[in-house]
Design a protein around this ligand. Structure first.
Ligand code: SF4
Length: 915
């Protein structure tokens, strides 16, 4: 079977070819660089240089499955847009010059202003070995704890909640618990899109054990709802009241495991007293749910011993995020449902190595190896292990506070590694202004252009996925190797090498003289075991003397991995054994108060989140045309009734504002939204859209305990954005869209495609079209005007090639977009073909496959609707007819949605995925 673009369908890649025939190198076993599921991959190169990626059937995180993003990794490894050489002041420089300059500027700042005048801002994209040396340098040798990570933005509240309850940042269970549970509560997580392979695992478990129940707790009816028996469309941040009420319900209905509570915990009575202060009326008011829904959920939870509560950013990204985490953990502690097969609270991490960062101390309030900066015994252990000349003695600045300190001049030198804070930190304008003011900014990255790099004084080229070596830890504490199978391009070097070189030139030669990542890993493993004796959860002592070869061959494994106890139980806390001073878990008394938010100027509540086929700020996934085809511009979901009240039609442009800033997006009417709520995706940057940076709307308010920003409960307003001209265009080369008032551009196959709009009437649109089109100065222009509608079509040819094709309209453009790009690769050397292009080819009456649903086979939603009409009424029938959903399976929930909706237009409601 072939895809729409004639590419061999992915399932036809033949495993038997791996390492043979036209493959240049044997495939390596490595891991996906995207989400915290931590899928194992086989990756290798063909003789033509292209990269093939398949799921690793032997990797226990995914057993061969991959989602659309993992499957498309091969399309993202090209060297276009890579940073290949060090740069100082925008000019190419030698490594020596760049390293010397960084070491000198950091040393100068430290000697003049003290250690707290410098900072690192790092990332869950780093490998554990990179993270370890960055943390060691800052906390052990520079003498400051000013190193924080972008993981602060996604799971710091889980870390804080774990540490409050368990005395350690321990995820008690494993993915296997999802297979074994009788009830899976999914709270604040769109698993189907954000952790697709875990979602498929849950789907498979439910199919195999139909009595399993799934409850989705989420303000939105996301596609995860397709697996849910019950959806609690909760008010944003209402989870705290819901789980507090659950604790009281469990006590009142004699569902507390008193022996577990007595033997292994403390603080139960206080936590219960706090929970009992809430009446059912309070819970109804704070959750927005009906009492009957709440009671049904409580009954189900109370009566189901094997319960797993999966939670993610919807819980964490809140000013009460840590309390929400502890409210969930309280319920599991009260029932003793923790660390047992099929039972436990389960925080799912967003990034591939968020867990690894937590382990080595990538957060400003942690030390290393799950040791605590504020614990003098732990500081003493780290001090002696590292023979540290200048160990930090107090927590450093957390991400939001760090950028405030940069803004007010306290930070004189900053090193950003593998992250793009201008697009991801709350109040993006302030973050960008801070970088502009910072006297010295170093950015290590794999790309040459993003919204943060433009503020770097020094740019360091890093190795990308496929080129670097090290380890990562997934959401279930499983450590896996990332292995290289591509050569290092240009002068790019691994992050650990950057850090160690700078450290050596700051005078710490002996302590940062590593032969490679295996040596760093050995030291890290030894540190986890140093004077541990079971007192700390994280212990990799069995690997303290691992050979280079054994490190190369390392199989995925769970920690702890204590020397002499390699086969110990992988789950924690079924029999107590918490890492608090007295070994007891702590119930946390939480006061269930919703964040105050009374601002009549901003009556809507904005929620933000991920798309299925994009990752973070699109620097990698934006290189894949098929991933980019899923959602081609920023969109804002709004309930149809709200839309009617505001005269917002589906597919029209809207302006969303908060007190911080504004974003322009395409309106998508969705009855999956609650009335009064909006949803925007988080990925769009200035590289891909004119006004799409969602972080411009997010206020820099944080959870008081964890320091995590509240990215999901934002006061906002929305209004239609009137445009005089709407446009759609395809381009052979990346266009210059700066003249348009609104634009969004993504890679297509071939070329680029853009949606755009002009606010004011423009007499000569062709002049703008020419500016947008690269190499159009001498190009042949064809124009066609429709006298009835005023719509215009334009095309530029360079003699034999179509350079660009435009459709302008006074209303949002209707055209079968998928067909237009294909003309960019056709031969137009015949003038007659060029003449008839606008009148006979570039029409709006072509069959439109619609928005891409199946990225693997290039199947659009209209294709699927047609197949349904032709009698393919099940997901498997669609798979047989079109291939859709039969490879990675990421789109299965979406296909099911389309089948269920059948006639959304007749119902007056558009599906939430239509653009
Ligand atoms: Fe990568 Fe997808 Fe697996 Fe996440 S679920 S690790 S993005 S393949």
């Amino acid at each position: 079977m072939k895809t729409r673009n004639g590419r061999a369908a992915p399932h036809l890649w033949d495993n038997s070819h791996w390492g043979h025939g036209d493959y240049l190198l044997p495939a390596v076993r490595t891991t996906c660089p995207y989400c915290g599921v931590g899928c194992g991959l086989l990756a290798g190169r063909r003789a033509d240089g292209s990269v093939l990626v398949k799921g690793d059937h032997d990797h226990p995180a995914n057993y061969g499955k991959l989602c659309s993003k993992g499957s498309a990794l091969g399309e993202t490894v090209g060297l276009e847009g890579r940073l290949l050489f060090p740069e100082i002041g925008g000019e190419r420089a030698s490594w020596d010059a760049a390293i010397d300059l960084i070491a000198a500027r950091f040393s100068e700042a430290i000697s003049t202003h003290g250690p707290d005048s410098v900072a690192f801002y790092v990332s869950g994209q780093l490998l554990t070995e990179d993270y370890y040396v960055a943390n060691k340098l800052m906390k052990g040798f520079i003498g400051s704890a000013n190193i924080d990570t972008n993981s602060r933005l996604c799971m710091a509240s889980s870390v804080a909640g774990h540490r409050r309850a368990f005395g350690s940042d321990t995820v008690p269970g494993t993915y296997e618990d999802i297979d074994l549970a009788d009830l899976v509560v999914v709270a604040g997580s769109n698993l189907a899109w954000c952790h697709p392979v875990t979602y498929q695992r849950l789907h498979a478990a439910k199919s195999a054990r139909p009595h399993m129940r799934v409850v989705l707790i989420d303000p939105r009816a996301t596609l995860t709802n397709h697996i849910a028996d019950h959806h609690l469309a909760i008010s944003p941040d209402g989870d705290l009241a819901l789980f507090s009420g659950l604790l009281a319900y469990l006590a009142e209905n004699d569902r507390v495991d008193h022996s577990y509570v007595m033997e292994h915990t403390e603080g139960f009575d206080d936590a219960l007293a706090a929970a009992r202060r809430l009446t059912m009326d309070d819970i109804v008011a704070q959750t927005g749910l009906a009492a009957s829904e709440i009671e049904a959920f409580y009954r189900l939870f109370a009566s189901t011993e094997k319960t797993v509560t999966i939670y993610s950013q919807g819980i964490n990204q809140s000013v009460i995020g840590t309390d929400k985490v502890n409210a969930i953990i309280n319920c599991h502690l009260a029932t003793g449902r923790i660390g047992k097969p099929g039972a436990g609270p389960f925080s799912i991490t967003g990034q591939p190595n968020a867990m690894g960062g937590r382990e080595v101390g990538g957060l400003a309030n942690l030390l290393a190896c799950h040791m605590d900066l504020e614990n003098p015994d732990h500081r003493d252990i780290a001090n002696r292990f590292w023979t540290a000349p200048n160990l930090a003695t107090k927590p450093g600045l957390k991400a939001v506070d760090l950028f405030r300190a940069i803004d007010n001049g306290r930070i004189k030198a900053l090193w950003i590694m593998a992250t793009n804070p201008v697009d991801s930190l709350p109040d993006g304008e302030v973050a960008e202004a801070a970088l502009k003011r910072c006297p010295f900014v170093v950015v290590s990255d794999v790309v040459s252009e993003n919204d943060t790099l433009r503020h770097a004084h020094v740019r360091l080229p890093a190795l990308a996925w496929g080129e670097k070596e090290g380890t990562v830890t997934n959401s279930e504490r499983r450590i896996s190797r990332q292995r290289s199978f591509l050569p290092a391009p240009g002068e790019a070097k691994p992050d650990w090498w950057h850090i160690c070189q700078v450290a050596q030139r700051m005078g710490f030669e002996r302590d940062f003289d590593y032969g490679g990542p295996a040596a760093i890993y050995r030291e890290y493993a030894a540190m986890t075991a140093f004077e541990n004796d079971g007192r700390r959860d994280l212990d990799l002592g069995a690997h303290a003397e691992i050979s280079d070869r054994a490190y190369d061959e390392l199989e995925p494994f769970f920690w702890p991995h204590r020397l002499g106890l390699e086969d110990q139980e992988v789950r924690f806390f079924a029999k107590g054994g918490f890492f608090t001073a007295n070994g007891r878990a702590r119930f946390i008394s939480v006061s269930a108060q919703m964040p105050e938010r009374k601002d009549e100027a901003y009556p809507f509540t904005l929620n933000t989140g991920r798309l299925r086929d994009q990752w973070h700020t699109m620097t990698r996934t934006g290189k894949s045309p098929r991933l980019s085809a899923h959602m081609t511009e920023p969109h804002c979901e709004i309930h149809p009734q709200d839309a009617i009240q505001l005269a917002i039609a589906n597919d029209t442009l809207v302006r969303i504002e908060s007190a911080q800033g504004a974003v322009i997006a395409r309106a998508l009417l969705s009855d999956g939204q609650r009335l009064g709520d909006l949803f925007l995706s988080m990925h769009w940057t200035d590289q891909f859209a004119s006004n799409g940076r969602v972080n411009q709307l997010v206020p820099a308010v944080t959870d008081a305990v964890s320091g995590q920003p509240a990215s999901k409960n934002i006061a906002a307003r929305i209004a239609p954005l009137n445009a005089a001209h709407h446009g759609f265009a395809v381009f052979a080369e990346r266009p210059d869209m700066s003249a348009a008032d609104y634009w969004a551009t993504v890679l297509a196959e071939p070329g680029w495609r853009s949606e755009f709009a002009f606010a004011q009437e423009i007499e000569d649109l062709s002049a703008h079209a020419r500016v947008m089109t690269a190499s159009a100065n001498d190009a042949e222009l064809h124009v066609h005007r429709d006298p009835a509608t005023g719509a215009q079509r334009m095309a530029f040819f360079d003699g034999e090639r179509l350079l660009s094709a435009f459709l302008f309209s006074s209303t949002p453009v209707r055209v079968a977009r998928a067909h237009v790009s294909a003309h960019l690769s056709k031969d137009y050397s015949d003038p007659r073909e060029r003449e008839r292009f606008l009148t006979e080819v570039f029409h709006d009456d072509q069959p439109d496959p619609g928005r891409m649903v199946c990225a693997c086979y290039g199947v659009g939603e209209n294709d699927i609707r047609s197949a349904i009409d032709a009698g393919s009424a099940t997901v498997s029938a669609i798979g047989k007819a079109l291939g859709a959903g039969s490879y990675c399976g990421t789109c299965l929930a979406e296909i099911q949605y389309i089948i269920d909706a059948r006639s959304p237009a007749e119902a007056g409601v558009q599906d939430p995925f239509t653009n």
